[in-house]
Design a protein. Structure first.
Length: 317
């Protein structure tokens, strides 16, 4: 485990941080978008609900079937609260506008968007197998080979969005969905989601807003001076968790977690890390390089010997 404390916590408590609430006060201006219609009719006119998949403070997610084509998809219905502000609307629109640009096998695809007075409804790909977070809790820790398989897909998606000049800023297992499983190994096919606090960035212009989730946030984000490589740090945190089920930078409260992130020190002196391969430890250290100028890009990380050791790239060709 990363930062040890005398107070024992469950894995669920250790890995379920509250997201930092600060949101970007912009609507992203986008070009070359995929065609994703914003519809004013009721979603029930086009889709029938098959089952409820989940519920949160925002609303509910349903498995739905298109009445004409028969396509099976997911529909997230987001309630507009009485206290809903322009900033809340901007976050939802921000996620939709960014997802409209994306066309990648490891990024959740959006199909349609309904806007009503009392709610938003977003129709996207169905990922029935839940979050990577639950897979880690129920089946982890994972072998190096399985961890490589998962991380390669995440980095592949991150490399794509960075080429599109988008920073995710909230990469974590809860925002990685499982679309299915490879038939021979049982390893998961994944898609990243939740672009609510993502941002189109300008190369060479540092970001200042402190956003993200405490366990996964990069130290330079907490210092209010960062670039797209903050997503690469989050990938390092995810790799650590895949291997041992616990975060590298823990704590009893948010302040302690932030202090440990800012220190940048993590424990690899005990199992399972003492039995990990040199390639695995090298990639972990590479991704968690404290100085972002020395930290690899997602593209550089994809070429690491860890993935060559397990021929991960070849599994997707």
């Amino acid at each position: 485990m990363g930062s040890k404390s005398s107070k024992k916590k469950s894995k669920k408590e250790l890995m379920q941080p509250d997201a930092i609430k600060t949101q970007e006060e912009i609507l992203v201006s986008l070009t070359n978008e995929l065609i994703v219609p914003r519809l004013k009719n009721k979603p029930g006119e086009d889709y029938e609900k098959i089952a409820e998949l989940g519920e949160g403070s925002y609303g509910k997610v349903y498995k739905v079937r298109h009445k004409v084509t028969g396509e099976i998809r997911a529909m997230k219905q987001i309630r507009k609260k009485d206290t809903c502000t322009d900033k809340d609307d901007e976050e939802i629109n921000n996620e939709i506008n960014i997802l409209k640009r994306m066309d990648h096998p490891n990024i959740m695809k959006i199909f349609e968007f309904y806007a009503a007075k009392t709610s938003y409804s977003i129709v996207n790909e169905l990922c029935e197998h839940g979050e990577l977070f639950d897979e880690i809790i129920n089946k982890g820790p994972f072998s190096e080979e399985k961890s490589a398989y998962i991380l390669y897909q995440i980095l592949n998606a991150v490399n794509y969005i960075h080429k599109m000049k988008v920073i995710h800023r909230d990469l974590k297992p809860e925002n990685v969905l499982i679309a299915g499983f490879e038939s021979n190994t049982g390893y998961p096919f994944i898609k990243i989601c939740d672009f609510g606090i993502s941002k189109v960035y300008e190369r060479g212009v540092p970001e200042k807003k402190i956003v993200g989730s405490y366990y996964y946030i990069a130290p330079e984000v907490l210092n209010g001076n960062y670039c797209e490589k903050c997503d690469v740090w989050s990938c390092g945190v995810i790799l650590y968790i895949l291997l041992c089920q616990c975060p590298p930078f823990g704590g009893n409260d948010e302040d302690e977690i932030q202090r440990n992130v800012l220190k940048g020190k993590y424990d690899i002196s005990s199992p399972p890390f003492t039995s990990c391969s040199n390639e695995c430890i090298a990639l972990l250290k590479y991704l968690l390089t404290y100085n972002p100028e020395l930290r690899p890009t997602a593209a550089q990380a994809l070429e690491h010997n860890f993935f060559k050791k397990y021929q991960t790239k070849e599994l997707f060709n």
